[in-house]
Design a protein around this ligand. Structure first.
Ligand SMILES: Cc1cc2nc3c(=O)[nH]c(=O)nc-3n(C[C@H](O)[C@H](O)[C@H](O)COP(=O)(O)OP(=O)(O)OC[C@H]3O[C@@H](n4cnc5c(N)ncnc54)[C@H](O)[C@@H]3O)c2cc1C
Length: 553
């Protein structure tokens, strides 16, 4: 945590050196003592300090300085640090001016030069001022700060990215938060385009692209080596498990993730059916633990980074990444899961991120306290969201296409929903329109049994309308089914014949695709069981098959 600052300013270098020395000796352990030789240079430094969110406890400023007097400086400094204590350093001849300043410019104290011995004439006053300051001080937040409009989709995208990548950050709504407006002024004289991200080192980014933000935050997007034993694409449960087991078994392993480690599971508020966690655990927790475990075993993780193409060069599998870099490996595991299916409803796209969310981040729930929330979908993910949001919302209504939940949802979740008073169910229903000026305000629901439509006020619309694999980048490389799932193992065999172009002198392993050495695990696999447990199981099993494959080479 950054030490609070004591800032002293004097144009006389001898006095400045002496006061700095005395302050450091007494307070250097708990405070950072900074000095400047003019008000103007101190103000510039102060702006940087403000951007880095470092606290100032005390200003100790010479009154008589050319260019800007002590009082003039303090009047400006108050705007940036209204809570800091302010004291003037005055010569005997300036005492009157100092007293006038105390009355007129909210100065807390004045000290006479010289202050020898400091034990008698300096530290007592400074101790009092610092005690006073400490009593009203709340330690400051030290992560990134995001300033923007509550309903702007880009603000939402950036917050979601930071949250899912476990980057500590604070959200400041420019419409309601005074600190947000102040920071905006300090950063760029108010000229910044929103959202503005202020980083812990005081630098800032205007409306940054995710890749730029990731670079600036120091997230790792470039591989350290040109070649690995095993590359895993996708850091959902299947990919994380494979990476952990691969590295634990001594394979040099690289894990590449397009958005944030955790995958779909990272959006789950409570996974209740994962072995060993009788009370359930959130997807975020599961991801955090798995990442720590992967790092401990030496897995190299690139995120955010997307794999764009793959090609086979003899025994090597070569990947091209979004930034054009290439990386090779002996064995490749595809664990890219499935991606949300978009709903084609008039008005919806415009409000995506502004009250309308696909697989909403849990952090949004608090914002809808006492709201009326509608959820599209009847599967487990929709049920979990209903349970989670019902803790905050006045009412949650689930819009289900079918006639019951039983066809699509686990029994334990259906029971929980039935027992929750503020969750309502509407069967045979679908959303046909979404309206709102700059955020979701109304939705129109069609009852497909009666063909009646109704328009109702909605604070938010959360969509859990199923998912599809996005595997176009693998077209022509490995065999896919008509929906895009990757085919593996015995499903590749047609009337006892191996897939076209198969080069190995054996049948494909259970999780091996139509190219030897390219494996698949988790939701993206044709006829996989889907879910966290089976993803983790397949990830682990894939590593065992990778070993067999490498032994065969
Ligand atoms: C809200 C919600 C709640 C859920 N609750 C439960 C539950 O309680 N119990 C349960 O068993 N299951 C649950 N599920 C389902 C479960 O999360 C998934 O079955 C599981 O995450 C699948 O794991 P996976 O590793 O196969 O794929 P995913 O979790 O989908 O991960 C795939 C990853 O690959 C990345 N990726 C894709 N393409 C690329 C590329 N080209 N380059 C780099 N990276 C790429 C994606 O960004 C993603 O992070 C839930 C799902 C959701 C959305």
């Amino acid at each position: 945590m950054a030490k609070p600052v004591i800032w002293t300013i004097d144009d006389d270098p001898d006095v400045l050196r002496a006061v700095e020395r005395d302050l450091r000796r007494q307070y250097g352990g708990r405070y950072k003592v900074i000095s400047a030789d003019s008000g103007a240079s101190a103000l510039e430094g102060l702006r940087q300090l403000k951007l880095r969110n470092e606290p100032v406890a005390l200003f100790l400023v010479d009154q008589r300085m050319p260019g800007m007097s002590g009082v003039e400086f303090l009047e400006k400094a108050i705007e940036l640090y209204p809570d800091a204590k302010r004291s003037l350093l005055t010569a005997y001849a300036d005492t009157d001016a100092a007293i006038r300043a105390i009355n007129g410019a909210h100065i807390d104290h004045y000290l006479m030069k010289p202050w020898d011995p400091p034990e008698e004439r300096l530290y007592g006053v400074v101790d009092d001022l610092l005690d006073d300051w400490q009593s009203g001080y709340h330690p400051v937040f030290e992560g990134a700060r995001v300033i923007g409009h509550r309903w702007a989709p880009r603000s939402n995208e950036i917050r979601d990215f930071l949250g899912r990548n476990f980057v500590p950050h604070q959200w400041l709504n420019v419409e309601t938060d005074e600190t947000a407006r102040e920071l905006l002024k300090t950063a760029d004289g108010g000229a910044s385009s929103l959202p503005l991200v202020v980083l812990p080192d005081g630098s800032f980014l205007n409306n940054p692209a995710i890749a730029e933000l990731a670079r600036k935050l120091g997230l790792k997007t470039k591989a350290e080596f040109p070649f690995y034993d095993l590359v895993v694409v996708g850091a959902g449960p299947a990919g994380l498990a494979a990476a952990v087991y691969g590295a634990a078994d001594g394979l040099r392993t690289l894990l590449i993730e397009r958005e944030a480690p955790g995958g779909q599971a990272g959006r789950s508020s409570r996974i209740e059916n994962y072995l060993g966690f009788p009370l359930g655990l959130s997807g975020g927790d599961l991801a955090r633990r798995a990442i720590a475990q992967a790092r401990r075993f030496g897995v190299e993780i690139l995120a955010p980074q997307e794999v764009k193409t793959v090609r086979v060069e003899g025994p090597s599998r070569v990947l091209t990444l979004q930034d054009g870099a290439e990386v090779g490996c002996r064995a490749l595991l595809i664990a890219t899961g499935i991606a949300f299916r978009n709903l084609d409803v008039p008005g919806l796209e415009k409000l995506n991120g502004a009250g309308v969310y696909y697989y909403a981040p849990m952090s949004e729930a608090v914002a809808y306290r006492d709201g009326d929330i509608y959820i599209v979908g009847g599967a487990n993910s929709a049920g979990q969201a209903a349970m989670y949001f019902s803790k905050f919302a006045r009412r949650v209504t689930m819009l289900v296409r079918g006639q019951s939940l039983s066809q699509s949802m686990s029994q334990y979740l259906e029971n929980q929903i039935a027992a929750t008073k503020n969750i309502a169910l509407k069967f045979n229903s679908k959303v046909v329109a979404v309206e709102g000026r700059d955020r979701c305000e109304n939705i129109t629901i069609l009852d497909s049994a009666t063909r009646l439509q109704e328009t109702v006020p909605a604070s938010a619309l959360l969509i859990y309308a199923g998912a599809i694999p996005r595997t176009d980048w693998l077209a022509g490389v490995v065999e896919r089914d008509e929906q895009g799932y990757l085919i593996s193992g015995q499903h590749l065999m047609r009337e006892g014949r191996r897939p076209a172009g198969w080069t190995a002198d054996r049948d494909p392993f259970y999780l091996e695709t139509s190219v030897p050495g390219i494996f698949v695990a988790g939701d993206v696999r044709h006829r996989s069981a889907k879910g966290v447990t089976s993803g983790v199981g397949e990830g682990a099993m894939a590593v065992k098959l990778v070993h067999e494959y490498l032994g065969l080479l």
